[in-house]
Each structure stands twice: as C-alpha cells, then as structure tokens.
Design a protein around this ligand. Sequence first.
Ligand code: TYD
Ligand code: MG
Length: 457
Amino acid sequence: MAKDKTTFVCSECGGTSPKWLGKCPSCGAWNTLIEQVAGSNAPANNRFGTQFSPLAGVSELATLSEIEATDIARTPTGIDELDRVLGGGIVSGGVTLIGGDPGIGKSTLLLQAVDALQRAGQNALYVTGEESGAQVALRSRRLGLDHSQVQVLAEIQLEKIIATLDATRPAIAVIDSIQTVYSDQLTSAPGSVAQVRECAAHLTRFAKTSGTAVVLVGHVTKEGALAGPRVLEHMVDTVLYFEGDTHSSFRLVRAIKNRFGAVNEIGVFAMTERGLKGVANPSAIFLSQHAEPVPGSVVLVTLEGTRPMLVEIQALVDDGGPSPRRLSVGLDRDRLAMLLAVLHRHAGVACMDQDVFVNAVGGVRISEPAADLAVMLAITSSLRGKPLPKGFIAFGEVGLAGEVRPAPRGQERLREAAKLGFSIAVVPKANAPRKGSKEIEGLTIHPVERLEEAMDV
Ligand code: TYD
Ligand code: MG
C-alpha cells in the first residue's frame, strides 16, 4: 500500500509542520508535535477530528421518546468477577481498555475470558503482539485450557489485523497489546502517542461498524498513566485497570469508566498456578495477621463498588530530619498532608518534625474520604506508640474544621465488620444505628461527631 503523507500537528495550538520538531513553530510549546496522516487537519487533540468523519454522515433526528430504549445485549464472559466490573458482560461493538503494570495478569485474564466465551459458542480472536503463538499456546496449556478453540493471530501491523478481523468477524477480539501495534501510515515508532491513538481509533471504528467487541490491552508507564497519555481513555467505552501488588497474589480489577455499567465497581482475583481465580467474598483479604494489636495499625471498612471490604491502614511516624517526609502508598498524598494539618489543629497531634509513612495493605488503592478517620487514628497510634484495642475498626470522613462526616452505607460496613469478628467501632454519629433500631451483634459502637472525640475513644 502506498504510504499517505503525514504531517506533525501541535496538540496545543493545532499548528502543523512537515517534520518533527521539539518546539512547535506556531506557538512555541515543547514536545507537542504529534504525527498524523495528512489530510486530517483537525487539531491533534481533537478526538472528533476528521479521522472519524467517515462515521459521521448526516443522521436523521428523533426525539428521545421516539427512540426505542432497548437494553444493551451483553454476553457474560463466564468469569463472575470480570462480569461484575464490566457491568454484566461484554457488549457487542463495545471497546474496552484494560490497563495495568506489566506482569500483573492482563494477558492471563483475557486468555481465560476469551476461552470461556469461545466455549460458550462465541467466536473469539486473540491478537498477540508481545508473545508468539507458541507462547500463548503454552500459557493456555498452563491455564488448563486444553483443546481451546480460540483463534490466535501473532501480528502487529494494524492494516493486517483489521483485514483479518474483517474477514473473520469474531464476536470478540483481544489486542494484546495496543502499544505493539503500528500502522503503516505513520512513521512514528510503535507505542508512540501517534501510533497508539491512530491504531486505537481504527480498531474502535472497526468495532462500531462490525459489532465485534474489541478489548485493548494497554501497559501503564511508570507515572501511572496508560501510555499514550490517557489518549485512549476517552475513545473507548470501558476502561478497566488492574491494581495490586505483584508480590501478593491478589489482584483488583477496577472500572474507571464504563458506558455500560457502574464505575468504581471492582473485581477481585487471586493469581494461582492455574491462572486468575475470582474471589467471591473478598472482604477480609487485605488484613495482615497480627497476633496482638501493634501501634500504627487500624482496620478501615471501605466500600469498593457495592461490597464492603476491610483494609488495614498502617502508619509509621518517626523522627525526621530538617525536611520531614510524607509518603503514602495506596492513599492520596495531598489528602495525607491535609489530614496531618487537621490532626494538628483540632486534636493537638503534632507531626511537623516527623517523617510520616502511610500504607494501605495489599496494594489496594483507596480513594474514598471515608478512610480519613482510620488514617488519622493510625498516625496518632504510631506517634504515641500505643496500639488500638483488639478488634478495632474505624471509618468516616474528616473535614477541615475537625468534624466527622458520615460515610455512605454505614450500616452495611458495620455489619460486614461484625461478621468478621470485629468488636469495637469508631464511626461518624450519623452512621451509628439509631436508638431503638436493631443493634449490630457483637459490635460496640462509639459514634463521634468531632475528631477530638475519636481521639478520646
Ligand atoms: P501476564 O498475564 O503475562 O501479565 P501481563 O499480560 O499483565 O503483562 O501475567 C504474568 C504473571 O502471572 C507472571 O508473573 C506469571 C504469573 N502467572 C501465574 O502465577 N499463574 C499462571 O497460571 C499464569 C499464566 C501466570
Ligand atoms: Mg501480557
């Protein structure tokens, strides 16, 4: 195929240049020129650029009430935890992006999923650009997927992949990974922003026109962004993200965006010698086992998607040098700085000259503010060298004025903690069971309205 001409378009101002330059000749911004096929003269950062115009056409108008609201047809993958994050299953014509660190289990999970779909009578195609067909076959044997009928294509050239997809029209196609795919139209290297975006756009267009569900695997760069600086996130329908510590066997799959279901739903898996196994009841897997309570450790009841989970929060406060450090793993660092200020101002707990380290056990990432109270109690406990009582849990958001705000679905959290044998809870007043309503068996609840009260308990 004859190569089309390409130009370099500035993602800031839309200015063009016939060759790559470090600095945009139009606006002077650095490192903003991105290669594009010539003729698509839309600004590089415009996702509705002309590369999609063949899809646009003039459409008929209809009022909302005239449009028949049919449910989206989903095909369950047969892997319950994956279906949970997908909102019920794979949607035909839908595009899903699965991101995560290398080696976390993306290929493993997808191979298991396409095999299950193939067994359920869906035609599945696995395009591998990272491994040879033999390696994928070896992996499938290892996963116990003998006699798998999944078709494998070891190819990295976009045009060939699309041609094959077009000829075979599978129900689901996995592209592992999008960073290895390159288009002949561009001279940029595979994995560059231009290539990743161009290839993903073509594959998305193919999915929408053919009805094939396309799953793109994306590696994550060190900075935590899906490579191709998040350019893929808005193009696709669903973004799933693998979390977890590669050293522990547990993996979380979180939906960050889902046009067909709820976001922030998570699926929990355990990595075994025979692949990823769903963990149906994950509430207690992120607790570390201490025979006796230790200072700096507090169990938080967090709500991930629809399920409450107990996660141990650990804090270590230690004498710091002239510029003490604040480090957090699994929690937001800015939030930590804010909590330390509130702790000082409203509870008189000063950590100004101390190093503060906070960690959520098991590599879980906690984003909800209901973790505040547990984090502050863990810090105070470490600073004072005093452990919290055995069987202690806490949750609640803490405001800048030192007030403790309720967390959503408090009763559910408390019941889960009681079920796992926890006996003492410090919770926001609004989350405590109301007088006269049924008590939660085995749990002594201390409702608090202010941070100071929590510290007293
Ligand atoms: P993989 O799916 O190749 O990761 P990714 O595609 O996200 O880069 O996962 C590879 C890791 O999983 C590797 O370290 C070995 C481990 N693993 C198991 O523990 N059990 C298994 O059955 C398989 C297939 C892999
Ligand atoms: Mg892989």
